[in-house]
Structure formats: structure tokens, C-alpha cells
Ligand binder design. Structure first.
Ligand SMILES: [Ca+2]
Ligand SMILES: [Ca+2]
Length: 165
């Protein structure tokens, strides 16, 4: 009887060893998986903060511009004749603009973020319903929307309202 017990407790059985191997394997696999998830989450966080920064650049650039052109008023929606980015002096000059590489608040291309691009939409919205887009220059309220893309993938977007004074 004692003999048998001694034999039985001598070491680990094959099943025990296999279970241990499987458990160690599961532990390693979950460590690797959580590391991959963390790296992905980290990359997504970096993309998002870059996109928000690029949205902020457009906001900063346009915030002091008048809603309509100081010279031609509301004759033209969009850039007035001959105006290029360097001369854009009202909000609707930026309507439909797309910047790749993206630009900073100083209008200079940010070549370090060349894989990103900014898309700007400027739309007049109804005075009684800011969700309702109305004809160009037919209301005093303008909604600016900036979308930021990384390659062709939209990363973030933001909209804000401006009122014509
Ligand atoms: Ca202009
Ligand atoms: Ca204009």
C-alpha cells in the first residue's frame, strides 16, 4: 500500500505536465494579445490627437477672418478672382478646400504630417435651425466643418458655427 502511494506521488503525470504547458501557453498568448491591443490603441490615440491638432489649425486660421469678403461682400461664395490660399481673407474662401499635406494656422504645409489631409466645408445654415443647410449667403450663420483623413481614412471631424456681423 505504502509502496503504491510512494510511486503515485513520485512526480507529475503526463496529464499534469500537459495541463501546465497549456496554461503557460494561454498566459503567453494573452500577454502577446494584450501587447498588440495596447500598440493598436496607442497608434489610434496618436492618429486621433494628430487629427484634432490639424482641425485646431484650421479653426485658428479662420477664426479672425470675416464671414464674407471685405471687398466684394457676398457677391462670390468661394475664393474671389485671383485669390489663392495666401490671400484667402474670408471664411467662404475655404469652402471645399482640401489641403494635402495639411496646413498649419500659418497656412504653411506641414510636411511632417504629409499622410494626413484636411477637408474644409463652409455652408450657410438656417438661423432657426443650425442643422439645415441653406443657399450660399442666404443666412447670417455659417457652419464650418473640417474633416481630417489619414491616407483615405477619416480620422476625425469637427463643426462649428460663425455668425456674420
Ligand atoms: Ca476672399
Ligand atoms: Ca469669398
Amino acid at each position: 500500500m505504502q509502496d503504491t502511494q510512494y510511486k503515485y506521488n513520485k512526480g507529475f503525470s503526463l496529464i499534469e505536465v500537459l495541463i501546465a504547458v497549456v496554461l503557460v501557453g494561454i498566459a503567453i498568448a494573452s500577454l502577446v494579445a494584450s501587447n498588440i491591443a495596447f500598440t493598436k490603441a496607442n497608434a489610434a490615440g496618436t492618429e486621433l490627437s494628430t487629427a484634432e491638432f490639424l482641425i485646431e489649425q484650421i479653426r485658428e486660421l479662420t477664426t479672425l477672418l470675416p464671414v464674407i469678403d471685405p471687398e466684394t461682400g457676398d457677391d462670390i461664395f468661394g475664393p474671389e478672382t485671383g485669390e489663392t490660399l495666401a490671400d484667402y481673407d474670408d471664411l467662404d474662401d475655404f469652402s471645399g478646400a482640401s489641403f494635402s499635406p495639411p496646413i498649419g494656422a500659418d497656412r504653411i504645409g506641414l510636411s511632417g504630417s504629409a499622410a494626413y489631409s484636411q477637408q474644409v466645408a463652409v455652408e450657410n445654415v438656417s438661423a432657426s435651425d443650425f442643422e439645415l443647410v441653406v443657399g450660399a449667403h442666404t443666412s447670417d450663420f455659417v457652419r464650418v466643418t473640417v474633416k481630417v483623413f489619414l491616407n483615405a481614412r477619416e480620422i476625425s471631424s469637427a463643426s462649428w458655427l460663425r455668425a456674420r456681423q
